[in-house]
Design a protein around this ligand. Structure first.
Ligand code: SAM
Length: 231
């Protein structure tokens, strides 16, 4: 086990659970989706890529197969043990200080919705610190109705992923405590995490505060964004 938990985050189920409540076993089992296609269509072939919050390498591995050089960062050593073929760095993203810049910095898995704005802003500053002057940052955002369209569920491989609830917290109604359930034929895992609503305007303001600006929304639902460093 990583041995600590972020406040407001947690998980249940067999095996190691990360500080933000993810189960290593779940991410080792889930098949990859369209993430590698979106990345590959948005950045130059063969680019050097810094992947923040890589987990078990579910997306890392297909990116390596496509010829990208990937440095994969996660704060969970148990997640990183599953990553093959990429340089790995075990660190919170907020405090990451690598002495190099990358063609592409990839902040995936909706981490930009961190409940704590200080964490969110630190994540974005890490992106800015590590992107080359002529490089770009790819960010994956939540869909606009995700806090309201609950419960909802979808099948992914042999798993049923259910977002069971998203309840505004007492401290800040803009932040929801979300409960996700991952039901596999032989076991169930849960994750509870905090997610801050982030309208397009607020998202773009947070980017600007970190020295980034939207270059393009890459998908019609605006969940994938390419941002560029400013100044
Ligand atoms: C939901 S999982 C997704 C993993 C991977 N991106 C994927 O799509 O399969 C989120 C991962 O990000 C890591 N993570 C979350 N917040 C982090 C932070 N602030 N610093 C470092 N790692 C973080 C977790 O440990 C976990 O492995």
């Amino acid at each position: 086990m990583s041995g600590w938990t972020r406040e407001g985050y947690g998980g249940t189920g067999a095996g190691a659970i990360t500080p933000d409540g993810c189960a290593v076993e779940v991410y080792a089992r889930l098949p990859v989706g369209d993430e590698p296609d979106v990345v590959a269509s948005a950045v130059p072939a063969g680019a050097s890529l810094l992947e923040l919050g890589c987990g078990t390498g579910r997306v890392t591995h297909p990116l390596l197969e496509r010829g990208f050089t990937v440095t994969a960062v996660d704060e969970s050593p148990e997640m990183l043990e599953r990553v093959r073929g990429a340089r790995t760095v075990c660190s919170p993203i907020e405090t990451l200080e690598l002495d190099e810049r990358f063609d592409v910095v990839f902040l995936s898995s909706f981490l930009v919705h961190a409940g704590d704005v200080r964490v969110r802003d630190a994540l974005l500053r890490t992106c800015r610190r590590h992107v080359a002057d002529d490089g770009c940052v790819l960010i994956q955002r939540e869909g606009e109705d995700w806090h309201d369209r609950v419960p909802r569920e979808r099948r992914v491989g042999d798993a049923l992923i259910r977002i069971a609830s998203a309840e505004p917290t007492e401290e800040d109604p803009e932040v929801s405590s979300v409960r996700a359930e991952y039901v596999f034929p032989d076991g169930t895992w849960t994750q509870t995490f905090l997610s801050r609503r982030l309208s397009r305007e607020r998202f773009e303001r947070a980017l600007a505060d970190a020295g980034l600006v939207v270059d393009a929304y890459l998908t019609d639902d605006r969940t994938w964004v390419r941002a560029l460093p400013t100044g």
